[in-house]
Structure formats: C-alpha cells, structure tokens
Write a protein that binds this ligand. Sequence first.
Ligand code: 5GP
Length: 193
Amino acid sequence: MGAKKGVFFVICGPSGAGKTTLVTRVRRRFPDLVYVPSYTSRPPRSPRELRAGRYRFISKEEFERCIRQSGFLEYAVYAGNYYGTPRAEVQRLLAAGRDVIKEADVQGVQQLRRRRFGGRLVAIFILPPSLKELEDRLDRRGTESAAARRQRLERVLDELGALDLFDYIVINRRIAQSVERLSAIIKAERQGP
Ligand code: 5GP
C-alpha cells in the first residue's frame, strides 16, 4: 500500500455566488489545508485583489507559454481570460499527502475528472439561492462592465447544466450556515473515501 495521497477539493460556482468569501472562511478553520492560487490573465479588479493572494496575475503571453510547457493541470477561458491550475505544485502537494483547496470553473472540473493527478478529487458547487440574488450581488460588487456582467450571467446558465459533475452542491443562503456545511464536507472527506 502506498503512502496516503491528498484530497483535492475544488470549489466551483458562478461568480457572485459567494464562493471566495466561503473559501476564505473555511481556510481559517482548516489551517493545514493548502490553498493553491490560480494563474490568470485577467487584470486585477483592484490593488486589494492584487494583494489578496487568490490569483497570480500573469500576461496572456506568459499564460500561453505555460500552456505549451504543459504547466497547467487544467485551464479554461472564462469571459475572455485564461485561468489555470499549476500542475507541478498541486501534484507535489497531493503526493506528499497534503490536502489542497482551490477554485475552478466547470470546464476545469470537467478536465480534472478525466485526468490522473495523484490525488482524490472532491468537487463542490456553490449555488446562489436564486438568479435574482446573483444579479443583485454582481450589481453590488460593481466591478464588471454591463457586457462582462451579462456574459457572466449567461455563463451561469451553462454551468447549471453540468451539476452532475459534482460530488456536492451547497446552496449559499446564509454564509454562516454554508461555512458549516462546507466544513462538514471537508471533514468527512478527509477521513477517506
Ligand atoms: P473571476 O474572474 O470571477 O475571479 O473568476 C472567473 C471564473 O474562473 C470563476 O468561476 C472562477 O472560479 C474560475 N477560476 C478561478 N481559477 C480557476 C482555475 O484555476 N481554473 C479554472 N478552470 N477556472 C478558474
């Protein structure tokens, strides 16, 4: 029997569903869970986002070079920008038995489902309570242009068609309750399959 391999928790959900807040809260509860930031060619929304550590911002050219070098375990184009998961880093952590958490979109989860990466994938979809609520949240955030906002909302409808890819769905009505649910899933899955 080989050494214990890590669990790869991938958190997915429409932008504006509250995913980032949830992941931030859950990470505080599980300090030994390793958060792996994504690479993206999207420009930072603000200086704060640049510092927040959720993304590593690189140029489109750097991203494409990394694709050619097979540097991503999965990558996708979302609303005109690239997003991807660093292959070597995730594989090294999982091989060392560390559990990893990161965000990805549905295309990313589709690719990970087909790929061997030396760990066990647990894919969790965070749903907003309603489309109306999602629109309101995107409006409140106010970081997207009208066109980008529309593109993101259209994308949500596509994503809903892929829900059977996921091991769990969490409906984010109240953040405290969702943090409890997500934590319970993580705790249970870390015990083994
Ligand atoms: P946003 O621009 O709103 O930060 O992210 C857009 C979408 O890209 C979100 O659904 C987010 O979860 C997804 N995303 C973030 N990182 C990755 C990644 O590494 N791979 C993939 N496939 N999607 C990602």
